[in-house]
Design a binder for this molecule. Sequence first.
Ligand code: HEM
Length: 341
Amino acid sequence: MLLYSLFICFLIYFVIKHIFKVRKYPSGPLSLPIIGNAFQLGYYMFITGSLQEAFKKFRKKNQDKFYVLKKKMDYQFENISFLEACLPQFFLKLSYFKVEAIKNGSHEIPDEANDYVDAFLKEMDKLDKAGIKSSFSLEALVFDVFDLYIAGQETTSTTLAWALIYLLNHPDVTDRVRKELREVTDGSRDLSQNDKPKTPYFNATINEVQRLANIISINLMRKAAEDFQLGGVTIRKGQAVTAQISMVMSDEKYFEEPNKFNPDRYMSGDKLENQTIPFGIGKRACLGESLARAELYLILGNLIQRYEFEAVDGVPSEQPVNPKSSMRRPEKFKIRLVKIE
Ligand code: HEM
């Protein structure tokens, strides 16, 4: 009861605070905290019967007010970076982003740049000194770091989490990988990327993890540049299209029993890795593919060769918590790593 009352109080507080805040803005569709004006769209869908008609009605009713707001937003975007707009101020001040230190000149770049930020700054400085106009700027750097962080962090860590789940569920695979890796390194040095040609079963295991985990099951959207026919369906210019990566990676024509974790399928010489496309394919395929592959190989390989894996509180499920989402995540789980002496 107490919790319920607290929740209601908070809700009332947020609604009142929000109403006071939006009073300063030009009049427009009514919005509520968190859900914004989505409920109005729902209402229009109810009275018009379709999402498309609802959008039309919504647009007609609000477009003048929208343009007033858009002008204000454009002004904001020109004056603050997207990163600044998204993150709380204290976060930006963390030395991790180096932005403040770079702006006030206190950050010293070593002769040999050892990260992306320093390499970027060195190049910017070189071009500046040569009097060459370029797109290298502090603002562009902030966007780059933000993009790389968003695109690269969650994807790689989710794949690693899936890998540990499959290895906990299939200790025979883990043992076989460990044996292969320790034969290559003699158990006395770190695994390096140069070892890749000598670790076919581990390479197969990573492929199988990425195929089955299938974290990005639906690829990013594209816009059709012209009308075309695909499999008897007409796609009109401007329509959004995408490939369902999960269909390719679970096609029974290539992958027998596609829902089973079986790294051996990649050992048959059928070149199934060409059919395994977790990073997409073509010109806009993942920019970080080689980095991600290196991370998966080195992090996972070195963990396997140095530690035994033990499940804590039961072996985690191989099923995603959100099977229909575009980013398939595993359940939260605990694992114990026991050092191999
Ligand atoms: C296991 C890890 C990863 C997976 C599964 C993954 C997957 C993908 C996929 C499916 C796309 C869309 C490709 C397409 O549109 O056809 C993509 C795009 C992209 N990824 Fe990754 N990614 C991973 C790691 C990374 C890392 C580590 C970085 C950077 C540090 C990164 C940066 C990007 C960028 C910048 C794009 C957009 C490329 C473009 O539109 O031209 N990704 N990724």
